[in-house]
Design a protein around this ligand. Structure first.
Ligand SMILES: Nc1ncnc2c1ncn2[C@@H]1O[C@H](COP(=O)(O)OP(=O)(O)O)[C@@H](O)[C@H]1O
Ligand SMILES: [Mg+2]
Length: 247
């Protein structure tokens, strides 16, 4: 059974239709990709799922239950977390305090317990816990952002372009972290422009273009036919970093 099922989700900003009738499924405990160029509607889709932006229409089912009526705070409580685009850390706050924000409102003892668990998973973060987040490299900041979203112990992590602006070495580190997250049984919906990262972490992916789902299926099949590239409609060239592997 799917952990998350999104049906006919549409979002508009004024007269702009940013997302039109998007339907997709995310299985439990696995990492599923969403590929799309800049402006395809990827971020809007994640924000629409979590109710951060109002949905014009659409149904969200989580763990077999219709949760379309829940607000963002309630959706986080039942196990959906967002690791936002551009990481959104507080650079002048310590790693400790940035992480604690991920469990904000749960009560002091739960916050501390979750923090200990996250530090167990990322020991180097514990060593540097009193450092300001802004002092870390981009890749390290991305790991803090992922760790912060794990503080709410999600069943599903919505992850918005974690590779953005990072070096290939840092992207490999992020991939390792995400393999650990998957090994712990957390499902991930990985939104990316970096085809290689999706290829290395996901069996299945969805392709979004102009606010609509254009394709989905096994990643190998999507890439083999270069159907992903087609779905970009020649809009933005894929970078070397994310160039699809030739069949
Ligand atoms: N808050 C907003 N107000 C108006 N238009 C927006 C807003 N957010 C996104 N859009 C528009 O919606 C479309 C999809 O954007 P976005 O979801 O950010 O794409 P992606 O994350 O794939 O780059 C774009 O045309 C963008 O300009
Ligand atoms: Mg985006």
């Amino acid at each position: 059974m799917s952990l998350l099922r999104v049906s006919e989700l549409s979002v508009r900003f004024g007269t702009t239709v940013a997302l039109r009738d998007v339907t997709l499924e995310v299985p439990a405990g696995r990492t599923t990709g969403v590929l799309g160029a800049n402006g395809a509607g990827k971020t809007t889709m994640l924000l629409g799922i979590l109710g951060v932006v109002p949905r014009q229409s659409g149904r969200i089912e989580f763990d077999g239950v219709d949760v379309s009526g829940l607000n963002t705070v309630q959706l986080v409580k039942i196990g959906i977390a967002l690791c936002p685009e551009n990481r959104r850390l507080f650079p002048n706050m310590t790693i400790d305090d940035n992480l604690l924000l991920g469990a904000y409102g749960r009560g002091r003892s739960i916050e501390r317990r979750r923090l200990d668990e996250v530090y167990e998973r990322f020991p180097w973060l514990h060593e540097r816990r009193h450092e300001l987040a802004g002092r870390l490299s981009g890749g390290q900041q991305q790991i803090v952002a992922i760790a912060r979203s794990l503080m709410s112990q999600p069943k599903l992590l919505l992850l918005d372009e974690p590779s953005s602006g990072l070096s290939p070495v840092a992207i490999n580190e992020i991939a390792d972290v995400l393999r650990q997250v998957a090994a712990d049984g957390t499902a991930v919906l990985l939104v990316e422009q970096n085809v290689k990262l999706v290829q290395s972490l996901c069996d299945t992916a969805w392709v979004l273009a102009h606010g609509q789902v254009k394709d989905h299926g096994p990643v190998t099949e999507l890439l083999a036919g270069l159907r992903v590239a087609d779905a970009y409609f020649g809009g933005l060239p894929l970078t070397n970093e994310s160039a699809p592997v030739q069949a």
